[in-house]
Design a protein. Structure first.
Length: 565
């Protein structure tokens, strides 16, 4: 009996150690399996957050670098302009100086001759240099020098030289000579292929500085060109498209306003684009209100107005400066938009025709309406150009509005912890929250089902109990019963512990996801309200555009303004 007990005790020790080892391993395995999905989802969430942070950092860094590069390039480009064309500015200032000298009579003929001839040496190829020599010679009554210099100026740039002397003769009150120059200028013109400086004619029409005969020639020519060009759909459609592109580039979207939607909505790209579209209406409205609020200054004398028009002609950059000026403008836009190269390029694309050397008359009007500074016009002429372009500007805005409304996302999607939601305006919040609750209840069931309730150690425990109760003699069954019961108790306690841990983890996930879902819904409501408010401004823009007429923006008579269109 004693030997049996020793043998039995030794056997139980081995079994107990084996069971303990098995139980420990199973506990670790069950614990790992029970939390692996949670860790994976948590890791994916953190990786997505990290990815967003890295993306935002990269974008911010790229914009900052683009801004710094644009500022550096801007300085270099302006320096290049100064080096290559800096002397042009001095020549341009001299034109105004000569006119003032004629007015005051305080500059000698010799001084005029010396100054203008020096310009010829320092500005080779520039049309204004021989034009100033011709003007100086004409003032001195030096017919031979005047004719030679005039021929050279016409050779270098016939159109600008003709315009220059047309304005000079008008300023010096030589109406007949001015009219002859004007007739010559219109003989050179092709409404399909105008030089950029034709904007000066519009300026003259707007300000009304020419006598009736000259004004009638201008307005009748402009009117006939409009009639010809507007009959061809291709020309008008191109201008409409340019306005649509300008409107599309006008909207500005405030980054960071809807951070939760940006992070959790797969439809964020279309949401932000749509909001950017409708926010353009306020920008458009402000732009046109600024334009039409600028009336003509009737207090200015004809001399002052002519000087301003002459300044526009001689100071507006010439064709050879266009490539550099184009680069300067692009960098200006990048700086204005804080390094947003894509936005700057979109605006630049809408302005590109301003840098084209020759354009049709409709394009010329659009350029003046787009950007008078780059086109060489005043704000008053911009207003007149807008009023003439009003029909196709209005149609372009209608097209833009229709396109933007067609792009409005009908539903907004969220993806939170691998669960996808869809809403229209956030009104189904309760339903979405219920779906989320069911989703996490299912996760909890799935995770807890992976726990091994009747494990190998439990089976061993039961077998030992049965073996002790029915086959072994003496006190040995009670010892085995105690060991088996202990193993089962330990397993049950471990099971409950792991179940509670999983429940807490799933609950934590659910609470975080619930906060995110509520945040998405709240931002959806705000987004829809803002979108609706901004979109409603389209009608106000339409009313404003409908109210624009040419008569409001010309200092000539209403009848003359009507003749333009």
């Amino acid at each position: 009996m004693s030997n049996k007990q020793v043998i039995s005790y030794a056997d139980l020790s081995i079994i107990n150690n084996a069971l303990t080892s098995i139980n420990s391993n199973i506990q670790h395995i069950n614990s790992d399996i029970g939390s692996i999905n949670f860790k994976q989802n948590h890791l994916e969430s953190e990786l997505q957050t990290l990815s967003d942070l890295v993306h935002n950092f990269i974008q911010s860094d790229l914009r900052q670098k683009a801004l710094q590069l644009a500022e550096t390039r801007q300085g270099n480009l302006k320096q290049d302009l100064q080096i290559k064309f800096g002397y042009y500015a001095e020549v341009r200032r001299m034109a105004s100086g000569i006119l003032q000298a004629v007015d005051t009579g305080v500059v000698s003929d010799d001084s005029l001759k010396f100054s203008t001839e020096e310009v010829m040496l320092k500005a080779p190829g520039y049309w204004l240099a021989p034009a100033l020599v011709a003007l100086s010679a004409w003032i001195r009554d030096d017919k031979e020098t005047h004719q030679k210099a005039l021929n050279e100026a016409l050779k270098r740039d016939d159109h600008k030289t003709t315009l220059f002397f047309m304005l000079i003769m008008r300023r010096l009150q030589r109406s007949e000579a001015s009219f002859k120059w004007l007739e010559r200028y219109f003989m050179l013109q092709d409404p399909y292929n105008l030089d950029k400086e034709f904007i000066i004619i519009l300026e003259a029409v707007t300000t009304g500085v020419f006598p009736p005969a000259s004004r009638q020639l201008m307005t009748s020519s402009v009117s006939s060109w409009l009639e010809i060009l507007t009959k061809e759909d291709d020309f008008v459609n191109k201008q409409k498209q340019r306005w649509v592109e300008l409107f599309e580039a006008s909207g500005q979207f405030q980054n960071g306003k809807y951070p939760i939607l940006k992070k959790f909505s797969p439809t964020w790209s279309s949401l932000s684009k749509s909001l950017k579209d409708v926010k353009a209406h306020e920008e458009i409205k402000t732009k046109f209100e600024d334009i039409i609020s600028l009336g003509s200054d009737f207090s200015k004398s004809t001399t002052v107005q002519l000087d301003e028009i002459l300044t526009l002609l001689v100071t507006h950059f010439d064709d050879e400066e266009l490539p550099l000026q184009q680069k300067v403008r692009l960098n200006e836009l990048i700086i204005e938009l804080d390094g947003d190269k894509a936005g700057a390029q979109a605006l630049m694309d809408s302005e590109m025709s301003i840098f084209t050397e020759h354009v049709n008359f409709l394009q010329l009007l659009t350029n003046a309406a787009f950007n008078p500074e780059l086109s060489g016009a005043t704000k008053t002429t911009q207003a007149l150009a807008v009023s003439i372009c009003q029909p196709w500007i209005l149609q372009a805005h209608d097209t833009f509005t229709a396109k933007s409304r067609n792009r409005i996302p009908q539903t907004i999607d969220f993806k939170i912890d691998d669960l996808e939601f869809t809403t229209t305006n956030g009104s189904n919040e309760s339903k979405l929250l219920s779906e989320q609750d069911v989703y996490y209840q299912n996760i909890l069931k799935q995770e807890t089902s992976k726990l091994s309730y009747i494990s190998t150690s439990s089976i061993f425990g039961v077998l030992l109990v049965l073996l002790g109760l029915y086959t072994l003699p003496g006190f040995l069954p009670f010892i085995i019963l105690a060991i088996g019961g202990l193993l089962i108790f330990r397993k049950l306690r471990q099971y409950n512990k792991e179940k509670n841990e999983i429940t807490e983890k799933v609950k934590e996930r659910q609470n975080k996801a619930r906060e995110v879902l509520r945040g998405c819904i709240a931002e959806t409501v705000d987004y829809r309200k803002e979108h609706e408010t901004e979109d409603a401004k389209a009608e106000k823009v339409r009313q404003l555009l409908n109210s624009i007429t040419p008569e409001d923006f010309s200092s000539v008579s209403r009848e003359t303004a009507r003749n333009i269109i």
